[in-house]
Ligand binder design. Structure first.
Ligand code: 1CP
Length: 365
């Protein structure tokens, strides 16, 4: 691995999350939240105020601070590095801006297959995304071994969708048009992204990431057949290639796949070389367990909007969720990210409910 400065990382004090990823026994069910570093926290809004989003992503000190903020408030069992999935299209030469009130925007999205020629096909990941690696190394030190640090990436289809849509979209019809009209060019782009993602994830591990999550946020707009053709093979390739490479240097890092709204692919996802399958709230915990047959750990899946409920109700919902998933091979999380208008107090109640009720269930055993 390339030298990225001192590797004398502090000793890990809470390994519940890493144990749960591998289906091993834990003293409590570990919990973290997608988008735990985010606008629902006043200190986040203050740190981000008046600063360009992607300039923040390029500052290792800022990313480290934003990653640590939620951990100062809540006893989360994992940290996730502050960054964004769209740093990859940027590294490939595309312009991406964060437009207030609109979200990420590509002024010049891909329109036709010829546009692939405009992309940097051989991306020097270690150079272009070095700022993410630096942020990870710095954060590993500043975490002082409190909890493990998760690295992440967008999955190929989700990144392709942004690169063609030019931003968020409800139908993804421009991107899906490519799948039906330009399948070969689609595979070419997905393959290009897969190669970069593999290097990117390996770089994150070399920098200090202790687990990796792959976000297929736009799985939901694909049907089972399109998922089989344009998403799953690449998700599998990523896990296999990252694991093979890590094995060569005697390393092993748990990997999580989160295909939002991809319930039709649950059986396949549980056999795609990932230790953990992340679930959105449209799947019932018990049926998710049945369909994945104990082959993987599961992560999720409380409806984020349940955080609008009073605290006692949150406790009841968490109780049901824990009883549905069981306490083994389970990581509590939301079914998607926190929204900016959520009350930090209720996030605290969620974390507390997971810890307290899972300890109770484990003591009954
Ligand atoms: O100014 C701001 O702070 C904007 C809000 C924000 C934040 C906090 C964006 C813009 N990105 C992020 C950080 C981020 N993005 C993290 C940080 C770590 C954490 O979770 O605490 C992560 C993991 C992501 C990943 C990400 N970015 C995904 C995958 C997860 C998901 O939500 O499905 C996606 C789809 C994005 C794109 C993106 N970035 C930001 C927004 C608002 C969006 C969604 C745009 C859209 O599709 O409409």
């Amino acid at each position: 691995a390339p030298c990225r400065g001192p590797k004398d990382f502090p000793k890990l004090k809470n390994d519940a999350f890493l144990l749960a990823c591998r289906g091993q026994e834990t003293p409590h069910v570990p919990v973290w939240c997608m988008r735990q570093a985010g606008r629902y926290l006043p200190e986040f809004r203050e740190s981000r105020a008046g600063k360009d989003f992607f300039a923040t992503c390029r500052s290792p000190a800022a990313c480290c601070e934003l990653t640590l903020q939620p951990l100062r408030r809540f006893p989360f069992d994992a940290a996730i590095i502050f960054s964004d999935i769209l740093v990859i299209p940027q590294a490939m030469g595309m312009d991406v801006q964060m437009v207030a009130g609109k979200g990420p925007t590509f002024p010049e999205p891909l329109k036709e297959p010829e546009d692939l020629l405009l992309l940097q096909s051989k991306v020097d990941v270690n150079k272009e995304l070095d700022y993410v690696f630096k942020a990870i190394t710095l954060t590993r030190h500043k975490l002082e071994g409190k909890v493990p640090l998760i690295g992440f990436t967008g999955a190929p289809w989700t990144l392709m969708a942004y690169m063609i849509e030019g931003g968020g979209s409800t139908t993804q019809s421009k991107a899906k048009r490519w799948l039906y009209r330009h399948p070969e060019a689609s595979h070419q782009l997905l393959k290009m992204l897969t190669d970069i993602i593999v290097e990117y994830l390996l770089g994150q591990v070399a920098a200090g990431a202790q687990a990796l999550q792959v976000f297929e946020s736009h799985a939901g707009c694909l049907g089972p057949a399109e998922f089989q053709e344009f998403s799953l093979p690449y998700l599998r390739d990523i896990a296999r290639k990252v694991k093979d490479q890590l094995k060569e240097s005697g390393q092993d890092v748990p990997m999580i796949v989160f295909a939002k709204d991809g319930h039709y692919g649950l059986e396949d996802l549980s056999q795609s070389h990932y230790e953990v399958v992340g679930l959105d709230w449209t799947i019932d915990p018990r049926s998710a367990r049945e369909r994945t047959g104990g082959k993987v750990s599961l992560q999720g899946n409380m409806d984020p909007c349940a955080l609008y409920a009073p605290k006692e109700r949150i406790y009841e919902i968490v109780k049901k969720m824990l009883e549905g998933f069981g306490t083994r091979g389970y990581i509590a999380n939301l079914g998607h990210g926190l929204y900016p208008d959520m009350d930090p107090e209720n996030v605290g109640a969620f974390v507390e409910a997971v810890h307290a009720h899972s300890r109770h269930l484990l003591n009954l055993k």
